[in-house]
Design a protein around this ligand. Structure first.
Ligand code: HEC
Length: 103
């Protein structure tokens, strides 16, 4: 898969270098701008996958690894939503993430 080179097959990542994609993403998408963030991180936005495929990968991550933390109003991402966020370049992902958590 396009993402597992860094995030590993089970989403666990590499402590301190590549974030764990399990359990925290549901929390992040409950924040304003959080859904876009998942698309805008360089690993997502720069993938060769098209918008529909990327939406499916992110929905799979959310439903498979983050079902415990998904907000009750969760709806899957659409390819249009991915397309819109994808073009907004995220200069500093870690700083943006920190600002999301504070909201
Ligand atoms: C080259 C290594 C690499 C690849 C390939 C990669 N990522 Fe990442 N990903 C990272 C790193 C490093 C971060 C931390 C933010 C940053 O510095 O970009 C990250 C952050 C993330 C985050 C935010 C997690 C958080 O808790 O903040 C998501 C979601 C994500 N990646 C999804 C994906 C998806 C989906 C793919 C495949 C389409 C992918 N990544 C491919 C390295 C990668």
């Amino acid at each position: 898969m396009w993402c597992s080179g860094c995030h590993l097959e089970d989403g666990s990542g590499l402590p301190s270098a590549v974030p764990d994609l399990r359990d925290t993403l549901g929390y992040l998408i409950s924040k304003q701008g959080g859904r876009g963030y998942l698309v805008r991180v360089p690993g997502s936005s720069g993938t060769p996958l098209d918008n529909l495929e990327l939406a499916k990968v992110i929905n799979w991550l959310l439903e498979e690894f983050n079902s415990e933390t998904l907000p009750s109003n969760y709806t899957p991402m659409t390819s249009d939503e991915v397309g819109e966020s994808r073009n907004k370049i995220l200069m500093d992902p870690l700083k943006f993430r920190a600002s999301l958590i504070k909201k």
